[in-house]
Design a protein around this ligand. Structure first.
Ligand code: F6P
Length: 561
């Protein structure tokens, strides 16, 4: 869609929202007291998720204006265009089709985009990944010395790392084949050194995951991993130090995932052992592509397909639900309300599930790489603030760290609370369900944030003097509660897709191409120019600005060679 984006600030809905904002006094206590149906009306189902929007700072009138904003900026039409393969990624002239990765086999009508049989290609790769995963899981695939794989090490960064590692941690209780996964991403050599330190090369399988297969971090780590493999196997006498033996070792211990299969071959990995995807899958939207090969191995192809089905259920909801009942659209609209009308700059995501300890990190790439933009898809400047800062930690840990600021600080921080009715590990403490204690905290925090504690209530407890103010909680701190029966593969897919489409909604309203990431390029280029200066190249040093030169001088003085 190359038509000029609608300027959201020029719509009548925006003017309505401006009018709502003038003199806006949130009053969650009053709103709940006056409207016994508020919680029920604003709690919506989304596949297996129960999403309670009632503790957000909106009246029905404000919500209606927000829905009109989505109508007037064409959110639904843009979503439909994405599903059909329109080139929404204008700066790279690409379709945006991560939703095609989770269409069920045999979906009708078959999706054909730019001459490509998309469904057929997606299913072919999924079958190839599944067959490979089954071979590794069953022990049919063996290392060069004939041993079964016990550890799968994914080497990738950004979208080629954050999705797999987040899902692995989230679904670890489903790992049922005695195979563990590790994830190496950082070019800091510590990452690789520590992650392989206790591994046995004979039982380790590396997956080099890189959409472009040009990423400095990933290719450097892949070479280091290959050196480690050869060195350990040779030291053990498991292989000889000749080229044929080394090539054979790579064939048994390295596979790859990429859109650039020619570059995979250049690295020495047999294209037979490579799994492809396509340029219409953005890195941060790729965990449900072959980028999830480590997950298919560790969790099994069936669990991986359940994850995909979870994504698809939410895609279908977004496609078919009216805007006023469309959960991802409503959550995106609430974010617009907080960002553009109430001045919020950040958004907390607080899962009451230790298994989701990498969820916020995953969402940071999804949200901030997608919507951290200052120009619109036609190249013109944005007309309003965009891209809030996403952050978070699992509860209850966050409660003992930063919740103070959310409860009593001066900043508005909308927060999503996520919890599951059933635990992965139903432990008891002296007969007491520990998961119940976790959930009591999940419920207590959103209640405290919404309704606070007045000075009168503090005084009624016997507190007097200046302590009263310190112990008062203002309330009216907005939260959304997302509850699900259990953290299953399908539920996790639903959660991820929910956030993908929240991002989509905000990008569509702001007129942003949420699918490119040019902002990461300059730093990459400069790092390549500066690297020689660290290796002693004087002309590279001289070419730098005064601050960089001084830092390089410090480095040279400190570095012990
Ligand atoms: O630098 C950002 C980025 O391009 C991300 O968008 C991407 O997920 C990551 O690098 C890794 O890229 P690749 O999968 O091509 O190695």
């Amino acid at each position: 869609m190359t038509a000029a984006p609608v300027d959201p600030t020029s719509t009548s809905a925006w003017a309505e929202l401006d009018a709502h904002r003038a003199g806006f006094t949130p009053d969650l206590r009053g709103w709940f007291a006056a409207d016994s149906a508020r919680a029920e009306r604003l709690s919506l189902p989304l596949a297996d998720l129960h999403v309670d929007l009632s503790k957000n700072l909106v009246t029905d009138d404000i919500l209606a204006s927000l829905v009109r904003l989505a109508e007037q900026t064409g959110v639904a039409e843009r979503f439909a265009a994405m599903l059909e393969g329109a080139h929404l990624n204008t700066t790279e002239d690409r379709a945006v089709l991560h939703t095609a990765l989770r269409r069920p086999a045999g979906a009708e009508p078959a999706l054909v985009v730019d001459g490509q049989q998309v469904d057929a290609d997606v299913q072919a790769v999924l079958e190839k990944v599944s067959a490979f995963a089954d071979r590794v899981r069953s022990g049919e695939w063996r290392g060069v010395t004939g041993k079964r794989v016990t550890h799968v090490v994914n080497i990738g960064i950004g979208g080629s790392d954050l999705g797999p590692v987040m899902v692995y941690e989230a679904l670890a209780p489903y790992a049922d084949a005695g195979i563990q996964a590790r994830f190496i991403s950082n070019i800091d050599p510590t990452d690789l050194a520590q992650k392989v330190a206790d591994l046995d090369a004979e039982t380790t399988l590396f997956i080099v995951a890189s959409k472009t297969f040009t990423t400095l971090e990933t290719l450097t780590n892949a070479r280091l991993a290959r050196d480690w493999l050869w060195a350990q196997l040779e030291e053990k006498g498991a292989i000889s130090a000749d080229e044929a033996a080394r090539t054979d070792a790579v064939a048994h211990h390295f596979v790859a995932v990429s859109t650039a299969l020619d570059k995979v071959a250049d690295f020495g990995i047999d294209p037979e052992n490579a799994f492809g995807f396509w340029d219409w899958v953005g890195g941060r939207y790729s965990v449900d592509s072959a980028i999830g090969t480590s997950l298919a191995i560790v969790l099994g192809p069936e669990a991986f397909r359940e994850l995909l089905a979870g994504f698809h259920a939410v895609d279908e909801h977004v496609r078919t639900a009216p805007l006023a009942q469309n959960v991802p659209v409503l959550m995106g609209l609430l974010n617009v309300w907080y960002t553009n009308f109430l001045g919020a700059q950040s958004h907390a995501v607080l899962p009451y599930a230790q298994q989701l300890n990498r969820f916020a990190a995953y969402l940071q790439q999804l949200t901030m790489e997608s919507n951290g933009k200052s120009v619109r898809w036609d190249g013109s400047p944005v007309t309003t603030d965009t891209g809030e800062i996403f952050w978070g930690e699992p509860g209850t840990n966050g409660q003992h760290a930063f919740y103070q600021l959310i409860h009593q600080g001066t900043r508005l921080i909308p927060a999503d609370f996520i919890a599951f009715a059933n635990p992965a590990y139903p432990l008891q403490d002296g007969g007491r369900d520990v998961h119940g204690l976790l959930l009591a905290n999940f419920l207590a925090q959103t209640k405290a944030l919404a309704f606070g504690k007045t000075a009168e209530e503090v005084e009624a407890e016997g507190t007097t003097g200046p302590l009263v103010a310190a112990r008062t909680f203002p309330g009216n701190r907005p939260t959304t509660s997302i509850f699900a029966p259990a953290l299953t593969p399908a539920v996790l897919g639903q959660l991820i897709a929910l956030y993908e489409h929240i991002v989509f909604t905000q990008g569509a309203i702001w007129g942003i191409n949420s699918f490119d990431q040019w902002g990461v390029e300059l730093g990459k280029q400069l790092a390549l120019q500066i690297a020689p200066a660290l290796e002693g190249d004087e002309s590279a040093l001289e070419a730098q600005d005064a601050s960089t030169k001084a830092l390089l001088a410090y480095y040279r003085a400190q570095r012990k060679h």
